[in-house]
Design a protein around this ligand. Structure first.
Ligand code: MF3
Ligand code: CO
Length: 250
């Protein structure tokens, strides 16, 4: 119970776990092309995890049936890879991947456009990625978790988009999801105090229209209630005495 602050040694292992995630996401990103199936990306992710001596973190987690989440266009998160789902020109494709390495979790996500994407799609992806970095900047000792959500929400709404409420970022370490929850909305000064040794995944999910979510019949895929676009970026970070260190970066 409570927040598990990590030692320098633990953060070193998490740096390795998250670097593996980042390397794999970079490889997958290059493979997101018209005509590729989402099942192919899932197989590649699993194969690479094995090569790095890591275990895919999502497979079997609460019954999730794959290693990778691939969420396209109005899909926000937790899209299940399939042989039937073929990537098309104009899609925006979110890849979310995690591993377990030496007992610790890594978790990150990114969204990539395929071919000719709309101006709105392009802006949505840019705003979501920028929101992630704006949130990360707030992860300094002495701030509160609510400062992260406030900064993300404020930036996203100023740009005419919305933040999803139903899913949040999270503490991460020996478990994929630890305390605290890290919402992408909030008020300054609210929530738990941010201290050195805190390791969290910050993951803005941003929508073009409504922030309301529907879950498809597969029990996993979260889509926007109005069918408009969504984007998702995520990093795992560690809070050091001098500020945030992004662990899931190549
Ligand atoms: N990055 C997502 C999260 O932090 C991935 C979880 S997918 C699941 O919740 F299948 F593992 F649930
Ligand atoms: Co996560």
């Amino acid at each position: 119970m409570g927040i598990n602050l990590k030692s320098k040694r633990e953060i070193e292992i998490m740096r390795d776990a998250n670097r593996i995630v980042a390397e794999i996401l970079l490889d997958l990103k290059e493979r997101v092309k018209e005509g590729v199936t989402t099942a192919e990306l899932d197989r590649r992710a699993e194969e690479l995890a094995g090569k790095y001596g890591a275990e895919p973190a999502f497979k079997g987690y609460m019954g999730y049936p794959a290693s990778l989440c691939v969420s396209i266009n109005e899909e926000i998160v937790h899209g299940i890879p399939s042989e039937e789902r073929v990537i098309k020109n104009g899609d925006i494709v979110s890849l979310d991947f995690g591993v377990i390495y030496k007992g610790y979790y890594g978790d990150a996500a990114l969204t990539v456009g395929v071919g000719n994407i709309s101006e709105t799609a392009k802006k949505l992806m840019e705003v979501t990625e920028k929101a992630l970095y704006i949130g990360i900047e707030e992860a300094v000792p002495g701030n509160h978790i609510g400062d992260i959500g406030f900064a993300i929400q404020n930036f996203v709404e100023k740009n005419g988009f919305n933040v999803v409420r139903e899913f949040t970022g999270h503490g991460i370490g020996k478990k994929l999801h630890e305390e605290p929850y890290v919402p992408n909305y909030g008020t300054r000064g609210s929530g738990p105090l941010i201290r050195e040794g805190l390791t969290i995944a910050i993951e803005p999910m941003v929508t073009e229209g409504t922030w309301k979510v529907k879950i498809l019949k597969d029990g996993w895929t979260a889509v926007t209630a109005d069918g408009k676009l969504a984007a998702h970026f995520e990093h795992t970070i560690a809070v050091t005495s001098s500020g945030p260190e992004i662990l899931s970066r190549v």
